[in-house]
Design a protein around this ligand. Structure first.
Ligand code: GDP
Ligand code: MN
Length: 355
């Protein structure tokens, strides 16, 4: 589960990590002082795409709120914005906690090149420190302070890193990424942006997650070919692969692998559609559901919502059977959405638009 920025910052605030003062808004609110307005979409790179706006007057504030609520970023339109106090930023850094899967431990990663260009940074600009079972946080904080050339901040960085690591383990996170971590003109260290991914497999022991976030569980999505014209949605990794093979055998180019998983609900399937619309070459979407644990009616509801909500949705070619398929068929009939009786029939009709 990929938290929105404000949800991630709420989690950090609970762990006593300093985040900017701010509030979540759904429309223009009272303007009190210069602020930064941030589109709350589940993707990064908002700064470059116009999703972060600094406003200094009431007029700027109102215009920016209206713009941002309509601005689609990588296929996502925000439901809310985060309005935060404007920080007087002196420098921006990168700091994250994640899992080193090869070494089976937690690592802290730090870099002086924080901010919007971090993906372009050289890998040797990152300091990587493993977190042992009994971590020496003083040593880690000192090493990070040296690396970032912030000797006066060693104590504060030690504290931030210790709290981040505790927040990471307690919440079963797989990533906490602070980018940027900023040093303000008055020499405070503040988390200006934060991305948190929580491990969906640990959901059963976190009843509090339903309060924390409305974000759907992650779907297993892999882009296969940016020029692929046929997107696929299936339940179960095996069926997803078989569907891709069938597309390939029909001499079409599969765009992606997408397994909606066993417990998929309407929200997670809708998220799957949104991921697909980010692959721009797609001309047809083949949906192949053979439902056991998955419920066809949940998938059908998502299909209907997608056709209503997503503009420029490529045509759908649907084959669906199994649990609750009778309810699903009724829902789809009522919405005038056609299905095929076999995967072969689906792909043959898809070929007419995607060849
Ligand atoms: P992202 O592009 O989605 O990662 O969004 P960020 O929240 O990281 O914001 C992008 C950039 O906007 C940051 O690297 C900062 O340079 C700038 N920014 C964000 N918040 C503030 C702020 O309060 N004050 C100033 N001056 N700049 C900000
Ligand atoms: Mn950022």
């Amino acid at each position: 589960m990929n938290l929105l920025e404000f949800e991630a910052k709420n989690l950090l605030a609970k762990a006593n990590i300093v985040v900017p003062n701010g509030k979540v808004i759904q429309k223009s609110d009272e303007f009190t002082s210069p602020a930064v307005l941030k589109s709350q979409v589940p993707t990064g790179g908002r700064g470059k795409l116009g999703g972060i706006r600094i406003v200094r007057t009431k007029e700027e504030y109102e215009a920016a709120v209206n713009d941002l609520l309509l601005l689609s970023i990588k296929g996502f339109t925000p439901e809310v914005l985060l309005a935060e106090e404007l920080l007087d930023i002196k420098s921006e850094y990168y700091l994250s906690v994640s899992i080193d899967r090869e070494k089976s431990n937690i690592i802290v990663v730090a870099s002086k090149n924080g901010g919007v260009e971090v993906e372009d940074s050289m890998s040797d600009s990152f300091l990587k420190l493993p977190i042992e079972r009994q971590p020496n946080f003083d040593g880690i904080g000192q090493a990070v302070a040296d690396w970032l050339e912030l000797p006066a901040q060693a104590f504060v960085l030690t504290d931030v890193i210790e709290r981040l690591v505790r927040c990471f383990t307690r919440n079963d996170a797989t990533l906490i990424e602070i980018n940027p971590l900023v040093l303000t003109a008055d020499c405070k260290i503040i988390v200006a942006d934060c991305k948190i991914i929580l491990d969906d497999s640990a959901k059963f022991r976190h009843p509090e997650w339903s309060e924390l976030s409305q974000q759907p569980a992650d779907v297993n999505f892999v882009t296969l070919d940016e020029n692929g014209t046929v997107a696929t949605i299936a339940n179960g990794a095996g069926l997803a692969m078989a569907t891709i093979d069938a597309v390939h055998e029909a001499e079409l180019i599969p765009a992606n692998f997408l397994d909606i998983g066993g417990g998929a609900n309407e929200a997670s399937v809708l998220a799957a559609f949104e991921r697909i619309t980010q692959v721009t070459a797609v001309k047809a979407i083949v949906i192949n559901i053979f439902a056991g644990i998955t419920r066809c009616d949940e998938v059908a509801k998502a299909i209907i919502s997608a056709t209503k909500q997503i503009t420029d949705l490529p045509p759908l070619f649907i084959r669906l059977s199994g649990t609750n398929s009778d309810i699903a068929n009724q829902l789809l009939d009522d919405a005038n959405i056609e299905r095929a009786t076999s995967l072969e029939a689906c792909i043959m009709t898809a070929k007419q638009v995607a060849a």
